[in-house]
Unconditional design. Structure first.
Length: 342
């Protein structure tokens, strides 16, 4: 009689994860967001997010007939009345009037070609909120994923070294860890971001990655301390395996589920941190766009009663964060089913 082959750790975890209908919904949402971000990066969608396609504060399509005083005022800016002949004779600037009038008429003609309503409305400069939120999602998700990868990599390497070797090396790394954790996280991030002379997406990724490794380090170090005395590590040492092979070839696969869950959690935390940094002026530069920059722009819009940009970015960002957070919880339960029953 053939014996049924037992599933491996990752196969069993994947099966437990996929049995949940909620996890399927979360995966579908995350795949959709990832697909839109990739398409935006490739220029397939939202490539013209910075173009003026509507009047100032163009209404959403479902409010197409609502009054838009700001849009009407933007059309009036270019209007210049024709200068009469008597004024031309006494005014030394008369030779320039024809150019001024011609330029104003050209501006007015172009302005009348702009849309009065857009699918999700427009901002102060007539840019589409829909295209902005797609492009902003690309930037924010790129920051979150790459910064999380940097933080997890740094925390895993330092935690593995500190937990495996211990003694003087472990004490030095613990001292280094204590320095970072002694300062409140958001203050540390703001201080480093303010000290960096160049602003940009790469700077935000590096700042968040270099300040967000501490929690990963603490978990990995504790797990390495526990695993280094296990039989399989002693057996690897007995056959002459190198320290590097025992650290990353034998122990790391047994603690990789912790780093995977931390990676998922840090993506959410860093997207939130990018929003805060951009809102305070330390994150993504104003010539680019992200969810944080969009939230920063709405402070003036809300005074004028233009709420659609804030509503759009809040709904889109909340959907992504909630889906990612639920997926992280489900992933943790699938990788460590005993913890979910405690």
């Amino acid at each position: 009689m053939a014996q049924s082959q037992s599933n491996g750790f990752w196969a069993a975890a994947g099966k437990r994860l996929w049995q949940s209908h909620l996890s399927k919904v979360c995966v579908a949402i995350l795949v959709f967001f990832a697909g839109m971000a990739i398409a935006s990066k490739l220029g397939l969608v939202a490539s013209g997010w910075s173009q003026e396609v509507g009047v100032s504060y163009a209404n959403p399509s479902f409010m197409a007939n609502a009054e838009n005083i700001q849009g009407q005022n933007s059309l009036m800016k270019g209007r210049v009345e024709t200068i009469d002949a008597e004024t031309r004779e006494v005014d030394p600037l008369a030779p320039y009037y024809d150019k001024i009038v011609a330029g104003a008429k050209q501006y007015e003609t172009q302005a009348h070609e702009l849309a009065w309503s857009l699918p999700l409305g427009g901002d102060k400069w007539g840019r589409s909120v829909l295209l902005k939120v797609i492009k902003g999602g690309e930037v924010s998700m790129t920051v979150g994923v790459l910064a999380a990868l940097l933080a997890v990599t740094l925390g895993t390497i330092l935690g593995a070294i500190g937990g495996y070797f211990g003694r003087a090396i472990g004490d030095v790394l613990e001292w280094f860890y204590s320095i970072f954790t002694s300062v409140p996280y958001i203050l540390l991030v703001l201080a480093i971001a303010a000290a960096v002379p160049t602003k940009g997406v790469t700077t935000v990724i590096v700042v968040l990655g270099l300040t967000g490794w501490t929690h990963v380090y603490r978990l990995v170090r504790a797990e390495y301390i526990k695993q280094r005395g296990r039989e399989y590590v002693q057996a690897a040492n007995a056959i002459g395996a190198s320290h590097r092979r025992m650290m990353f070839g034998h122990i790391l696969p047994n603690v990789s589920h912790l780093t995977l869950v931390q990676l998922s959690q840090l993506v959410i935390d860093f997207i939130k941190a990018e929003v805060v940094l951009s809102f305070l002026g330390f994150g993504v530069p104003t010539n680019s766009i992200s969810w944080g920059v969009m939230i920063n722009e709405v402070t003036v819009e809300l005074v004028l009663g233009k709420w659609w940009q804030l509503a759009t970015v809040a709904i889109v960002m909340s959907t992504f964060v909630v889906a990612f957070g639920l997926f992280t919880d489900l992933l943790r339960d699938a990788l460590d089913p005993k913890a979910s029953r405690r």
